[in-house]
Design a protein around this ligand. Structure first.
Ligand code: PLP
Length: 395
C-alpha cells in the first residue's frame, strides 16, 4: 500500500487528509484494504453505501444496465430515470423531481428553484435565503455560502449575496431575520457535519408555520439524513412536517453518484425548460441504482432494521457513556448517531482503524455512526467492543 499512497500524494491536490490505507473491496458491512486487512465499516462512504457493499441485486441490475445503456443525455427520456423519479414522488409526498450528481448540486438546484419561484410569483426582489448556523450544505459556491460555518468559507469571498444565518432550533432567531426580501429557509432536519444535531419537533413545526405565513419556500437538506437513514425514507417523516423542496444525494445511489431535488407542484413551476440542467443528471446507470435502493429500502424490512439496530446501538453507546465521564452525549435518530466527548476524537478514530473498525468524526469532538442500513446486531457488538477497548486506553 505504501508505494501506491506515495504515488497518490504525487498526483493529487492535497484537499483530503487520508488515513494510510488503500481500500480494495467490500462485502456487506466489511471492507478490505490492499494488504487484506478487514474492517467493520461504520462510515459507509459517509452515509452513502446504504445497502452495504456488493449488494447482490444492486450489482446484478447495474451490470445488466451497463450492457444496455450507460448514458444518453437529457435530450431523450430513459426508463430507469422515470422509474426512480416515480418512486421518489410516491415516497416523498411531493410532485416533481430533478436529478443531479451530488449533494452540493442538489442544494444549488434547490436554491435556484426557490429564487426562480419567488421572483416569478412574489416579486422581483424576493431573493433572500435564510440558513442555519453550524449547517453543512456542500462545497460549490452557493452551497458553501449556505453552509453556516466559517471554516468552510475562509479565503473564498466574495460569497453568494443574499444569505443570512440564524441559530438552529431557535424560532426567535429565525423570526428576527425574515424581511421583505426573504424567499426561502434552508435547513437540515438533522445536522450531519455540524455534530449530529436533530431539530426539535416543535421547532420544525413552527418553522413550517412561519414559512406558510410569510410565503417562504421551506427547503430540507436531506442529503445525509434522507433515504432510510433515520428509519423513515425521509427524515421529515419523523417530524410530520413536509417541506416544499427536499435535496437528496449520498445514500440515494447506494454508492453511485446521484443527487435529486424534489419539489411540490407549486414551487416546481419556478423552473421552465432551459432554466436548469445537468449533463449527467438522471442517466440510466445511476437511476438504476437509485431505483434498486428505493425499492430495497421500502420493501425489504430495511427501515425496521434501521429502527431496531439504531435503538440497540444507542443503548450500547449509552452504556459506554455511563462508563466514561469524557463522553458527554449520545444523540441522533436511527442509524445516524453521534457520540460527543470533551476530548478530541481524532486519535480515537485512528486507533479504532488500526483495530479494524472504521469511524468518522463530525467536528472535533463527536464520533459519528452511519453504518450501512443492513447492519446486524453482531456488527454493532463488534464495533462497541473495539471502541470500548480504545476508550479504555483514554482514561
Ligand atoms: C455531504 C452533504 C452535502 C454535500 O454533498 P456532496 O455530495 O459532497 O456535494 C450537502 N448537505 C449535507 C447535509 C451533507 O451531509
Amino acid at each position: 500500500m505504501e508505494q501506491l499512497i506515495k504515488k497518490g500524494k504525487e498526483v493529487f491536490m492535497s484537499t483530503y487528509a487520508q488515513f494510510p490505507i488503500v481500500i480494495e473491496k467490500g462485502e456487506g458491512v466489511k471492507v478490505y484494504d490492499k494488504d487484506g486487512n478487514e474492517y467493520i465499516d461504520f462510515v459507509a462512504g459517509i452515509a452513502v453505501n446504504s445497502l452495504g457493499y456488493k449488494n447482490e441485486r444492486l450489482v446484478t441490475e447495474l451490470k445488466e444496465q451497463l450492457d444496455k445503456l450507460t448514458h444518453c443525455s437529457n435530450l431523450y427520456w430513459n426508463e430507469p430515470a422515470i422509474e426512480a423519479a416515480g418512486l421518489l414522488v410516491e415516497h416523498s409526498g411531493l410532485d416533481k423531481v430533478f436529478f443531479c450528481n451530488s449533494g452540493a448540486e442538489a442544494i444549488e438546484g434547490s436554491l435556484k428553484l426557490a429564487r426562480k419561484y419567488a421572483k416569478k410569483n412574489l416579486g422581483a426582489d424576493k431573493n433572500g435565503i435564510i440558513t442555519m448556523k453550524n449547517s453543512f450544505h456542500g462545497r460549490t459556491y452557493g452551497a458553501v455560502t449556505a453552509t453556516g460555518q466559517l471554516k468552510y468559507q475562509k479565503g473564498l469571498d466574495p460569497l453568494l449575496p443574499g444569505v443570512k444565518y440564524v441559530e438552529f432550533n431557535n424560532i426567535e432567531s429565525l423570526e428576527e431575520a425574515i424581511d421583505d426580501n426573504t424567499c426561502a429557509v434552508l435547513l437540515e432536519p438533522i445536522q450531519g457535519e455540524g455534530g449530529i444535531r436533530p431539530a426539535n419537533k416543535e421547532y420544525l413545526k413552527k418553522v413550517r408555520e412561519i414559512c406558510d405565513k410569510n410565503n417562504l419556500v421551506l427547503i430540507f437538506d436531506e442529503v445525509q439524513c434522507g433515504i432510510g437513514r433515520t428509519g423513515e425514507i425521509f427524515a421529515y417523516g419523523l417530524y410530520d412536517v413536509k417541506p416544499d423542496i427536499v435535496a437528496l444525494a449520498k445514500g440515494l445511489g447506494g454508492g453511485v453518484p446521484i443527487g435529486a431535488v424534489i419539489a411540490n407542484e407549486k414551487v416546481a413551476e419556478g423552473f421552465c425548460p432551459g432554466d436548469h440542467a445537468s449533463t449527467f443528471g438522471g442517466n440510466p446507470l445511476v437511476c438504476t441504482a437509485a431505483k434498486v435502493v428505493l425499492e430495497e429500502i421500502s420493501n425489504e424490512g430495511i427501515l425496521d432494521n434501521v429502527k431496531v439496530q439504531g435503538n440497540y446501538l444507542t443503548k450500547k453507546l449509552n452504556e459506554l457513556k455511563d462508563k466514561y465521564d469524557f463522553i458527554t452525549d449520545v444523540r441522533g435518530h436511527g442509524l445516524m448517531l453521534g457520540m460527543e466527548m470533551n476530548i478530541p476524537v481524532k486519535d480515537i478514530i485512528k486507533k479504532c482503524m488500526e483495530k479494524g473498525l472504521l469511524l468518522v468524526g463530525s467536528g472535533e469532538r463527536i464520533i459519528r455512526f452511519v453504518p450501512p442500513l443492513i447492519v446486524k446486531k453482531e456488527d454493532i457488538d463488534s464495533t462497541v467492543s473495539v471502541l470500548g477497548s480504545v476508550l479504555e486506553g483514554e482514561i
